[in-house]
Ligand binder design. Structure first.
Ligand SMILES: [Zn+2]
Length: 253
């Protein structure tokens, strides 16, 4: 592919040889790509801290036609995730979790503009001091929804009729919430305040949602619920999800 420049979020990086790194980038224009950043390690690195997890960069990428691995050229730091990573172990674990989640959902080499905008907005809300736990629920819900995996809050997954007001009853075989006529269902049951919190989540920008988040007890049931939807889709557990969960518990009791 000819050289190109794209905005990108750094999903992760690993060492290559003595001085280089391989970076996995979520690019705005070409989706998820891997590239070698030569000389990215060491005190005189030309990239300094711009290749930290979930930093946003404007990057020049070079590579031969059909090459699996591109080469990073010039790299301008647009937004550093470094201040958020340094804020607390909780925030650092959240960043790792966000990056792993995005990496797991992003197909290779296929641009998803809405996912890119979501990822950048959630990361920035975190940088601005937003509480990481509501932001995690926000990112999970929207990633699932953008991939067509979040159940409808309005229509019964079995018969298609309008769901009654109040709580949401999940039916795992139907992959969604069901009406009274289509019960009994496997659960879980999400109480009305949780449903209202979801309505807000799908209506508001992440920075607004995290600035005035629903009560922790209201959001709590969404953690195992989202985890089950994600693991069902990915058919595996995310490692950093467990770390972030354990650290959040220590912080929030
Ligand atoms: Zn029904």
């Amino acid at each position: 592919m000819p050289p190109f420049t794209s905005d990108a979020l750094v999903l992760r990086s690993f060492k290559l040889g003595e001085t280089s790194k391989v970076v996995v980038l979520l690019t705005r224009d070409h989706g998820k790509l891997r590239a070698v950043a030569r000389g990215a390690r060491g005190p005189r690195s030309r990239y300094q801290s711009s290749l930290e997890t979930l930093s946003e960069v404007r990057v020049g990428l070079y590579g031969r036609q059909g090459a699996d691995l591109l080469r990073v050229g010039e790299c301008e730091l647009l937004h550093s995730a470094f201040p958020m990573a340094g804020r607390s172990p909780d925030a650092a674990a959240a960043l790792s979790y966000f990056a792993e989640l995005l990496d797991a959902f992003a197909p290779e080499g296929q641009a998803e503009d809405a996912v890119y905008r979501l990822a950048a907005a959630v990361t920035r809300a975190g940088e601005e001091g937003g509480d990481c736990t509501p932001l995690a629920r926000y990112l999970e819900a929207w990633l699932l929804r953008l991939h067509g995996l979040y159940p409808s809050l309005d229509d019964c997954a079995r018969c298609g009729s309008r769901l009654p007001a109040g709580r949401l009853v999940y039916h795992s075989l139907a992959h969604g919430f069901v009406c009274d006529g289509c019960s009994p269902a496997s659960g879980p049951i999400l109480a009305e305040p949780v449903r209202l919190a979801l309505r807000r989540l799908f209506r508001e920008a992440p920075v607004a949602f995290a600035a005035d988040p629903p009560a922790a007890a209201t959001l709590q049931p969404l953690e195992p619920f989202h985890r089950a939807l994600i693991e069902r889709h990915l058919e595996r557990e995310l490692r950093s999800s467990r770390v972030f969960r354990e650290l959040s518990r220590e912080v929030h009791g």
